[in-house]
Design a protein around this ligand. Structure first.
Ligand code: B12
Length: 446
């Protein structure tokens, strides 16, 4: 049984970048490359079969003038001749994923096409195209393995619990229940990074010459910010890994000097993080770490931030979201604007490079842009991001605002495009967002 797992290319839609002034453009990330942890986990679950992983993001980063999707996918199909093609989905890459399935089916209608990942989990209703055979929602590496084994034995997919079968008459579930599966705990599968050799040089952060990798210490999130997809993906549940399992994984990352924690928030259970970093220090594991940490968490636990900095924490991604308490309340962020200022001071005191991200709502007028620019200008961080409030399908915010959505093109759902009616003329709105990107540590205010 030959299994081809494909990470689709990223969406090219980026109106902020297109509208930004030349001197702000260099700060707007055109690409965000990292290993597809989900696919690597699925690949590891079926490692005793003939499995190949293709990272099309890496492919386009290695060769920006690489052939189009059709040609690239066809050449993989011809070379490997798979029985099964699996694709991982987030919202903005939906059309590319579907296109990969169509190309696969056209090449060989007998290929079983399997969709998995976040968008399948929270929006299964989007997957009705006849090119998709099976949906595997949730942390479905184990289910995928069962599916492969059933296929090998000639059993129908309906015999596997937890999958959805897409037919011309609609979706139907399997006749049996999905088995209990704790992807962070007893069912954790070590991602198989050996598949990534070809794209290793593309997994770089900033000017660091060594490649970076991702690792998760937890899945899900205990917070319920209205715009976020992570807690809906995990049904509000939050799972933490065993410390020894994380240590074991870190010890295997010889090729990588930089490790980015892929948790929604790395510090939730402070006892866990204290204990994890005690073990990291005891083992003498020396890496540069990148983490997502909330501003209020830094304010509450400055001693822990100091300890992490001593152990190698170099970059923190911090969701500032808004400088106004009222907006934070609307997002259900459960932190205050005052925490932004205080957290910047704590991170900078510990020589941590801060990527602080503000969310720009669609109803901002000229005065709001000015107020945000003033605030960000007097509270500067090394990297500042200004993305657009986007109703990701499957989130609370999407349901709250769906009547006001004017653009349902999923390739624009990557925080760099506005899909809601704006108060300002759209071009002016983008122009203002683009200009904000100039405001960061060491740069002049607009
Ligand atoms: C790692 C990561 C990335 C990596 C790798 C992703 C990739 N595929 O290449 C990189 C850095 C490339 C990335 C990029 C982006 N990302 Co990202 N990313 C994450 C992050 C931090 C962790 C995801 C992860 O690894 N989870 C752990 C793994 C084990 O879980 P998993 O991926 O869900 O996989 C499991 C299941 O879903 C399932 N599964 C997954 N795929 C498949 C496939 C098959 C066939 C099967 C059977 C099962 C299966 O089994 C897996 C194992 O249990 C999440 C936030 C978070 N903390 O969850 C955001 C997140 C997924 N990213 C997001 C976004 C928006 C982006 C960007 C668009 C951001 C941007 N503006 O540029 C870009 C897109 C690409 C680009 N512009 O370059 C959003 C998605 C929102 C949405 N609803 O679409 C998230 C949720 C962040 C957020 N807070 O909103 N990202």
């Amino acid at each position: 049984m030959r299994i081809l797992l494909i990470n689709p290319p990223r969406s090219p839609e980026n109106k902020i970048l297109e509208s930004a002034p030349e001197n702000a453009r260099k700060y707007i990330h055109k690409k965000l490359i990292g290993p597809p942890l989900g696919l690597l986990t699925v690949a590891a679950a079926v490692r005793d079969f003939d499995v190949r992983v293709i990272d099309l993001k890496g492919e386009y980063d290695l060769h920006p003038d690489a052939p189009g999707l059709n040609e690239l996918v066809l050449s993989c199909l011809k070379d490997f001749n798979p029985d099964i093609v699996g694709v991982t989905f987030i919202a903005s890459e939906f059309y590319y994923g579907m296109e990969i399935f169509r190309i696969s089916k056209k090449y060989n209608p007998g290929i079983l096409t399997v969709a998995g990942g976040l968008h399948v989990t929270i929006c299964p209703e989007d997957f009705t195209d006849p090119a998709v055979n099976i949906l595997c929602p949730g942390h479905s590496a184990g289910i995928f393995r069962d599916l492969v084994m059933a296929r090998e034995k000639g059993l129908p997919p309906e015999s596997i619990g937890g999958i959805i079968v897409n037919t011309v008459k609609g979706h139907h579930g399997s006749s049996c229940q999905a088995p209990e599966w704790n992807a962070a705990g007893s069912n954790f599968i070590m991602p198989d990074r050996s598949h990534l050799k070809r794209w290793l040089q593309t997994y770089k952060v900033g000017n660091d010459p060594s490649p970076a990798t991702y690792i998760f210490t937890s899945l899900g999130c205990p917070y319920t910010c209205s715009f976020c997809s992570i807690w809906p993906q995990h049904n509000r549940r939050y799972y933490v890994r065993e410390i020894e399992s994380v240590i074991d994984e870190l010890k295997q990352l010889h090729e990588y000097d930089t490790v980015r924690f892929a948790d929604a928030n790395t510090i939730v259970d402070t006892k866990f993080i204290h204990a994890l970093f005690d073990r990291i220090l005891k083992e003498g594991i020396k890496k540069k770490y990148i983490m997502d940490i909330r501003p209020d968490t830094a304010v509450k636990y400055p001693g822990l931030i100091e300890k992490l900095a001593e152990a190698g924490l170099k970059v923190v991604i911090c969701g500032f979201e808004s400088f106004r308490d009222e907006e934070l309340k609307n997002y259900n962020k459960k932190s205050s604007a005052a925490d932004i200022k205080k957290s910047i001071e704590i991170f900078h005191r510990n020589h941590i490079m801060l990527r602080g991200n503000y969310i720009v709502p669609n109803d901002y007028g000229e005065d709001d842009f000015k107020a945000l620019a003033d605030y960000a200008g007097s509270n500067r961080v090394v990297y500042a991001g200004y993305t657009i409030l986007t109703p990701m399908p499957g989130t609370v915010f999407y349901n709250e605002i769906k009547d006001q959505i004017i653009d349902f093109d999923l390739s624009k759902y990557n925080f760099f495009n506005c899909v809601l009616q704006t108060k300002l003329p759209l071009e002016r709105f983008y122009e203002n967002v683009g200009k904000l990107w100039k405001i960061k540590l060491g740069e002049d205010i607009l």
